[in-house]
Design a protein. Sequence first.
Length: 222
Amino acid sequence: MNKQDELKRAAAEAAYEHVRDGEYLGVGTGSTVNHFIDVLAERRPEISGCVSSSKATTERLRAAGFDVVDLNSSGALGVYIDGADEANEHLELIKGGGGALTREKIIAGAARTFVCMVDESKQVDLLGRFPLPVEVIEMARSSVARALVKLGGEPELRTGFISDNGHPILDVHNLEILNPIELEDAINALPGVVTVGLFARRPADVLIVGTPDGVQVSRRSA
């Protein structure tokens, strides 16, 4: 295991402390989440089941022996655990590098507590160095791209990729996101946008960061 994987594993182990027996658990998508699923498989919590943000995560959870249900069937969702591509000090995030941003945002919005786990390379002062994913309806792809240019970005179609929802994704480069909530609202208001990978309206409640000096935990003030 390389050093970055060790940091991800440490963050995943710390995130496990938020798992509650007897509840449905929301599980995200990505490399850090894969470490978290490994931890789940080793420790075997007595959860009611999982709500998954992607087909890949669903397959991995079922292979580990966990029941996966639709969010419509789970009822109230206690905790959602996921990673991020970037996180700032306000626990606002960029997510969607794995293409699951829409389902991730739906589950995060439904969960009582959103726990985000990252390695220290994902911490930033200003969001936007990582290209911002925007999931779009196919027929609106070009019109949305033109609007994103007007917002100061450089959109690029993610080639060879279609989301689990059947939509393309535009990755928007060279943004300096000074007001994440404002930009999230502006992009989500564009006709044809399914959702944007800014998690500012619904940031993380807990941010767990794996560092060489140990795990650091931040909590969002009420």
